[in-house]
Design a protein around this ligand. Structure first.
Ligand code: CS2
Length: 493
């Protein structure tokens, strides 16, 4: 029997998160992927369930039309499938009001940002979507997309879209607006604001002056920490929605039960009452951000790379291997923890225990290749600062060195080494360049030195001979004896 498609008419009322009538658009969201749809959208639905407001979301996909098309076909409905070993529940947030694709509708995106009703632009474009140099942390003015956007082409980069959208907004009256980055970057709001300002500074003087004064007076870039593990959609989750709701949903989003959002409360044009979804407003977002970026994301990377090298498809299977779990605990406790300040209301032991529980959620098929993708941009956020801190104190952060080595082993293996299908499935913009380096420098030490000399992990670590040597030693062990031997070496150091 063919099930009806999920639409406004076929949504079972009990699954709807809120029952407001037609929504006005108040938020433009850049990055229509799974994370946004299981995080900000769900908090917004909870806010609307508690309190009315003009907080419909116009979602903007960067390139692919697949999700945007399905959203439109489904009256902007989709299911979030909350998954734990205890069972599965499905909810329908129903907060989107439009779905655009930036690559084919660049002008509509600028109009949406400029619309007077828009009060917030949120973004989840991944670490990789900010077009900045890992060495200088500044906007990459050599990036072809950035160059094109500065020259006035229909904007193709996220920073170009925001800056050009704000420019159009100034010309449409200049109503205030908040830009909220929801990506896993240190000080994500500040970082985004700085990149937009650098874009504006590179415009011709008259344009630049007009936009700078608008940025100074009417635009805010609060920081926030986001957290929810959200795997990719598969047919299994489509079947979950079919079973739970009796409808066919092409674009459900699986997610773990845990969710967290900590934000600076600096919204110049208002905001949804996200606290009703459990969001926390705090003046100390940085502490939460670093705690999460390092303890969760940093450790996650090591689990993903060791797991993939051990032929584990999903994170729970990886962390179930005793050597992976041990390495994860060591990197978390010995290397990351000393580099963070634990916020007063966080019970550290509980937080760590919960992390291991979340990673072990066997019902959630979170792929090692998914977490391992884009390591060249992710690791730059996770590793250099903690590594530097230990090295400055005269201590070698063995498990950070192991993380770098395991990453390189997955993405740029030495000739003749087969890293396995999950490593092969990791996508990374640096893959071709790193593969070239691996071919040009077959010996581990010169290879690792050449990699770090590219600025992949900033500039500091490249000059630290002992760290480079340690990464190279791990590369040798990974090649000759495998991932569990490399983890044993790190543990015994
Ligand atoms: C993961 C994150 O892919 C990754 O790098 O570490 O996507 C992680 O699952 C989320 O940040 C959890 O909030």
């Amino acid at each position: 029997m063919t099930l009806p498609r999920l639409t406004a008419a076929s949504t079972p009322p009990a699954a709807l998160m809120h029952h407001r009538g037609p929504l006005e658009t108040g938020i433009v969201h850049l990055g229509l992927g799974n994370f946004h749809r299981a995080h900000q959208a769900v908090y917004t639905a909870a806010a609307l369930a508690a309190q009315d407001g003009p907080w419909g979301i116009a979602g903007v996909a960067s390139r692919s039309a697949r999700i945007a098309d399905s959203l439109r076909e489904q009256d902007f409905r989709y299911g979030t499938v909350q998954i734990s070993p205890a069972g599965t529940t499905v909810e329908v947030p129903a907060v989107h009001t439009a779905a655009l694709v930036a690559a084919t509708q660049p002008d509509a995106v600028l109009d949406a940002i400029a619309a007077p009703g828009t009060r917030i632009v949120t973004l989840t474009v991944t670490e990789h979507g900010y077009t900045y140099s890992p060495v200088t942390h500044r906007l990459d003015l050599d990036h072809p997309g950035v160059r094109g956007d500065l020259a006035g082409a229909p904007p193709s980069t996220t920073i170009g879209q925001i800056a050009r959208g704000l420019q159009r907004r100034v010309r449409a009256g200049g109503a205030p607006i908040t830009v909220l980055s929801c990506d896993n970057l240190t000080a994500n709001g500040e970082h985004t604001g700085r990149l937009v300002r650098e874009f504006v500074a590179a415009l011709p003087a008259a344009e630049s002056a007009e936009l700078s004064s608008y940025l100074d007076t009417a635009v805010r870039f609060p920081n926030c920490m986001v957290d929810r593990i959200v795997p990719a959609t598969t047919d299994r989750y489509r079947q979950d929605v079919a079973r739970a709701l009796g409808v066919r949903d092409e674009i459900p989003v699986p997610a773990e039960p845990f969710t967290m959002w900590v934000l600076e409360d600096d919204f110049i044009a208002g905001r949804p009452a996200w606290e009703h979804g459990g969001a926390v407003f705090s003046d100390d977002v940085e502490a939460y951000e670093l705690l999460k970026l390092r303890l969760l994301n940093g450790t996650h990377s090591l689990i993903a790379y060791l797991g993939a090298l051990d032929e584990r498809a999903i994170i729970p299977d990886a962390v179930a291997q005793p050597f992976v779990e041990q390495a994860a605990r060591s990197v978390l406790v010995e290397d990351y923890l000393p580099s963070v300040r634990v916020p007063a209301d966080v019970d550290l032991d509980g937080y760590v225990a919960q992390l291991f529980q979340r990673w072990s959620n066997t019902a959630l098929g979170h792929g090692t290749h998914q977490v391992g993708s884009d390591g060249s941009v992710k690791l730059a956020q996770r590793i250099p600062e903690p590594a530097r801190l230990h090295l400055d104190r005269g201590r070698m952060p063995h498990h950070l060195a192991l993380t770098v080595a395991a990453y390189l082993q997955c993405i740029a293996p030495p000739a003749g080494f087969e890293p396995g299908r999950y490593a092969a499935a990791m996508s990374d913009p640096a893959r071709p360049a790193l593969a070239d380096l691996a071919a040009a420098q077959p010996a581990p030490q010169p290879f690792v030195q050449a990699v770090l000399d590219t600025g992949l992990l900033g500039t500091d670590l490249a000059g630290h001979r002992e760290f480079v040597d340690r990464v190279a030693e791990f590369r040798t062990i990974l090649t000759t004896h495998g991932s569990s031997a490399a983890a044993a070496e790190a543990a015994s150091a």
